[in-house]
Design a protein around this ligand. Structure first.
Ligand SMILES: NC(=O)c1ccc[n+]([C@@H]2O[C@H](COP(=O)([O-])OP(=O)(O)OC[C@H]3O[C@@H](n4cnc5c(N)ncnc54)[C@H](O)[C@@H]3O)[C@@H](O)[C@H]2O)c1
Length: 248
């Protein structure tokens, strides 16, 4: 893949998003790292710069379109048109459906689904003009088979999968592919927070994973780098489950 493709990764301060940003930066792409956590973002970006990566940061809440638009303007000024976007930022609260408030439902929709819409739509004209683009979102196993006490999350991630398919049809004529990666269990701060809160019994889940371990951000990043590459030009509208076989 041409090394001057400009990449945006959201939720890039930690976990899967950081793994993906590290991979693109290592591969030589100018990479914009967006996240709400400013200090962590700066620390990780500094580490990448020290290793020779061309990275920039923006403190952005993906549910805030004007913040995304402003960040993208800076990215275009510093790096050029954005032709690879990785909407990854997401939250995963555990709430039984009967107790779920409208505010809790709405927050998950705003970040996990509308945030994906903003992240892609704000860049799509760059891809159309370039006649080349790659969208690789991070959805979830929960969007395929449902997540217990995560009906809002499951609905949002199912929405990301459907958005992927609809948009893939629309952008194919513009040389742009749209795919989504669906992890099941991946070693990230989110996973560790859930274990510590007693909300995620990893030991009980491992027997359900044929490759009986959690995945790593690097393994998600490998799939992402492939889907963003020239080699994946004939793959669009797909859900790539990088999950050790947990959902087939
Ligand atoms: N870890 C897993 O097992 C797993 C499984 C399936 C899907 N996923 C999905 O993968 C993605 C990354 O998950 P993770 O496990 O790395 O999570 P994480 O919580 O470890 O990291 C998520 C990052 O997103 C950032 N973020 C959260 N809300 C944001 C917002 N509104 N705007 C910008 N940034 C925001 C956080 O600050 C954090 O740096 C999420 O979409 C998640 O739903 C994770």
């Amino acid at each position: 893949m041409s090394k001057d493709r400009v990449v945006v990764v959201t939720g890039a301060a930690g976990g899967i998003g950081l793994g993906i940003a590290q991979r693109f930066a290592r591969d030589g792409h100018p990479t914009a790292m967006l996240d709400v956590q400013k200090d962590l973002l700066e620390r990780e970006a500094d580490a990448l710069r020290s290793a020779g990566g061309k990275v920039m940061t923006a403190q952005v809440d993906v549910s805030d379109r004007s913040a995304i638009d402003a960040a993208y303007e800076r990215v275009r000024e510093e790096f050029g048109p954005i032709t690879i976007v990785v909407p990854n930022a997401g939250i995963a609260p555990i709430v039984p459906f009967q107790e779920m408030t409208l505010a809790q439902w709405q927050q998950v929709m705003d970040i996990n689904l509308t945030g994906v819409f903003h992240t892609i739509q704000a860049a799509v004209n760059d891809m159309v003009v370039a006649k080349w683009g790659r969208v690789v979102s991070i959805s979830s196993h929960a969007g395929q088979s449902g997540g217990m006490y995560m009906s809002h999350y499951s609905a949002a991630k199912g929405g990301v999968i459907s958005l992927t398919k609809g948009l893939a049809r629309e952008l194919a004529a513009h040389g742009t592919t749209v795919n989504t990666i669906a992890p099941s269990v991946c070693e990230t701060p989110q996973m560790h927070r859930a274990i510590e809160a007693g909300q995620f019994p990893l030991d009980a889940v491992l027997p359900m994973i044929p490759i009986s371990r959690a995945g790593t951000p690097d393994e998600i990043a490998s799939a992402c780098a492939f889907l963003a590459s020239e080699e994946a030009a004939y793959i669009t509208g797909q859900v790539l489950a990088v999950n050790g076989g947990m959902y087939m």
